[in-house]
Design a protein around this ligand. Structure first.
Ligand code: TYD
Length: 345
């Protein structure tokens, strides 16, 4: 029996990974360790709540005593760290939580993993540590040029994990993924925000000219990639994860209004995000050499995601009418952004 701790396991990507592990590894016990901040939600794990190989611990990765106690109580062998503050716009408003969770929290996990001789610490990083790339794609050996407090915090956390691997021989692996989408994604991120706004005939706020490019990876392909690295990755190595399905934001916004039968005039250009990265792109040769490749085309993942948000209004409506409203208002006030003219037809 393998004992796996998934930190941030109640979040969007973490909860998908937890379900993936439970479905694919009958000998694995999965312990979710999650602070249940705004984006970590027990509802995301409702379908496995009574699973005999699943346990939940409410805790913060910045709490060393609680992390150690959890590792000991469940005799954890492997830690997969999904716990993070992840939203660029929030990091511009309030960087504090990003530095705490994404830097100090990773330090705590490294310390605890070192003290308890954990067999593997896998850390989820992001393409944003590299910064923007107008053309071509980044390899794992390329340098960091993060542009937002979020990206810089993720870079700091990742570098700490790497230093523990080099200095103390901690068995660390790292993945850097591109923009991931799918069911259960908190509706502050572009795709779920646009879908849920369009369902309600609200404007889709497109930053700047909407020509920024993102690669879009379906969440379960991301989970499979992390599993591939856990099974076949080399300790001490970093692996990029990408779908190589690039789209501009305006293309995505148009696909969403079209799929929902809404008018293009719902798409509204608003003041840009400061330091908005024009494009991210990653080379995935190293991960593909381990046998991974994405299985979900954008068309398929996109229509599955739209369908889910249509059906699961019980999941997102309470979110959008709660804490989120205040965040959304602050977001616009802080940037002086106002919805402007509708997109040209
Ligand atoms: P987001 O989902 O926040 O992810 P990231 O910033 O990590 O890439 O944003 C994806 C893209 O969509 C990014 O280029 C910013 C843009 N965007 C908008 O145009 N409008 C929005 O309301 C949001 C949230 C994002």
């Amino acid at each position: 029996m393998r004992q796996v701790l998934v930190t941030g396991g109640a979040g969007f990507m973490g909860s998908d990974f937890v379900k993936y592990l439970l479905a694919h590894y009958p000998d694995t016990q999965v312990v979710v360790y999650d602070a249940l901040t705004y984006a970590g939600r027990k509802e995301n794990l409702a379908e496995v709540a009574d699973h005999p190989r699943y346990h939940f611990v409410h805790g913060n990765i910045c709490d060393l005593a609680k992390v150690r106690e959890t590792l000991e109580r469940y005799a954890i062998e492997v830690i997969v760290n999904f716990a993070a503050e992840t939203h660029v716009d929030r990091s511009i408003l309030d960087p504090d939580a990003f530095v705490k969770t994404d830097v100090y929290g990773v330090y705590v996990l490294c310390e605890a993993a070192k003290a308890l001789k954990i067999q593997r610490l896998h850390h989820i990083s992001t393409d944003e540590v590299y910064g923007p790339i107008p053309q071509g794609s980044f390899k794992e050996t390329d340098g960091f040029r993060p542009t937002s407090p979020y990206a810089a915090s993720k870079a700091g956390g990742e570098l700490l994990a790497q230093s523990y691997a080099i200095t103390y021989g901690l068995p660390v692996t790292i993945t850097r993924g591109v923009n991931t989408y799918g069911p259960y994604q908190y509706p502050e991120k572009a795709i779920p925000l646009f879908i849920t706004n369009a369902i309600d005939d609200l404007p889709l706020p497109l930053y700047g000219d909407g020509m920024q490019v993102r690669d879009r990876l379906y969440v379960t392909d991301h989970s499979r990639a992390v599993d591939t690295v856990l099974q076949r990755g080399q300790v001490g190595e970093v692996y990029n994860i990408a779908a190589n399905q690039e789209k501009t934001n305006i293309e995505v916004a148009r696909m969403i209004v079209e799929a929902l039968g809404k008018p293009d005039s719902l798409i509204q250009f608003v003041t840009d995000r400061p330091a908005h990265d024009v494009r991210y792109a990653l080379d995935t040769e190293k991960l593909r050499a381990l046998g991974w490749e994405p299985q979900t085309s954008f068309a398929e993942g996109f229509s599955r995601t739209i369908q889910w948000y249509r059906e699961r209004q019980d999941w997102w409506r309470p979110i959008k009418s709660g804490e989120y409203r205040d965040y959304y208002r602050r977001q616009y006030e802080a940037r002086g952004a106002k919805p402007s003219e509708p997109a040209g037809g």
